[in-house]
Design a protein around this ligand. Structure first.
Ligand code: SF4
Length: 343
């Protein structure tokens, strides 16, 4: 496999065949001290999903539009108010994504190639990267005022490693990280709470459908559902911004979404919670029904009449559309954007 280098922004660590986005310098003393606590070494490797065709690590970013819906105190705004996205765009937090290459679920529609696993259960495209390189990537992100986000695969598969890294960034720079997690690890999340600025947690469907959606036995799916609720509660009740994420399929019904809306509202501190609906996009080899945007919007409006629904996101045809809706369907923010790449 070939390593491609663009000298100004890329760095190659050791002999590994990957490139790392604009890294920074790690404070060895603090890093080693914290790793020791977790019985880890800087050379300890984690599997990471590279971005794009080449083994590019840390190239993926995400703009946290939901911050436009926040009050100055950091809670979600309940008043209908349209903010000018152009004026505010530059102030929005950007996350630098660390996409781990392992997961404890097997959703057949998983993003990128996660569904293709080898005999050890790992996605075949994941590459090993030492913890020190992840710390260097994070250092670069902090330097650019970005938020480091541990994402999937799933960061719960590296509980000690993610805790150690989060603690390092807190001790060294007083910054918090963000996570995107499938909701299965409330024990891990509880330990992560002091280091979190926001979290996206999956609630992939009603309990009886969770197993099928996540590619695991039905009973395990029901357990995942309960774990996700526990995880959400820990986050939102700690005053950390919580994005509950639900995939929408062609056969997702309004009744199912109303049930989920009820349980999300009952479980969480709604001052810090919003709900993202993500449209399932067809994946090769999977014949699951594809949702239409029109029917989904119809469902959204009905659900938001009944419950405090704060946000959703549609990603049809590679375009992203984000809307934030307050109680009774008032529009907070609506923005259509082309998926942006920030290299
Ligand atoms: S939980 Fe997320 S990362 Fe894991 S298999 Fe499902 S979609 Fe992929």
């Amino acid at each position: 496999m070939k390593t491609v280098l663009f000298p100004k922004i890329l760095s190659k660590i050791g002999e590994s065949e990957y490139s790392l986005f604009d890294p920074g310098e790690v404070d060895e003393r603090i890093f080693l001290e914290i790793l020791k606590k977790y019985e880890l070494a800087p050379e300890k490797e984690v599997l990471v999903l590279p971005y794009g065709e080449f083994n590019r690590v840390g190239f993926e970013t995400r703009c946290l539009y939901f911050y436009l819906a926040c009050t100055p105190e950091g809670k979600l705004n309940r008043k209908a108010e349209i903010l000018n996205i152009e004026e505010n765009y530059k102030n929005l937090p950007i996350t630098r994504i660390v996409s781990f290459g392992k997961c404890n679920a097997r959703c057949p529609y998983c993003k990128r190639d996660c569904q293709f696993i080898n005999e050890f259960g790992n996605p075949i495209v994941a590459i090993p990267v030492p913890l020190k390189a992840i710390a260097q990537l994070g250092e670069g992100a902090v330097k650019r005022n970005e938020i480091i986000r541990f994402s999937g695969g799933d960061p719960v598969t590296y509980p000690k490693e993610t805790l150690a890294l989060a603690e390092y960034f807190m001790v060294r720079h007083k910054v918090k990280v963000s996570i995107a997690h499938n909701g299965s690890g409330p024990k891990w999340v509880e330990k992560m709470l002091p280091y979190l600025s926001s979290a996206a947690i999956d609630l992939k469907g009603v309990p009886e459908k969770m197993g099928k959606i996540m590619g695991i036995p039905e009973r395990a799916g029901e357990i995942m559902y309960q774990l996700s609720l526990q995880t959400q509660k820990l986050i939102s009740k700690s005053g950390i911004l919580l994005d509950v994420r639900t995939p929408i399929f062609g056969d997702t019904t309004i009744e199912e979404m109303i049930r989920l809306g009820e349980i999300i509202c009952k479980t969480n501190n709604l001052e810090y919670t919003f709900w993202t609906w993500r449209l399932y996009k067809p994946v090769k080899g999977i014949d699951w029904p594809v949702p239409t945007k029109e029917k989904t919007i119809e469902m959204m409006l009905k659900v938001s009449e009944k419950f405090l629904i704060c946000g959703w996101e549609l990603e049809p045809n590679g375009k992203r559309e984000e809307c934030f809706i307050s109680e009774k369907g008032e529009l907070l923010i609506k923005q259509k954007i082309q998926q942006k790449k920030r290299f």
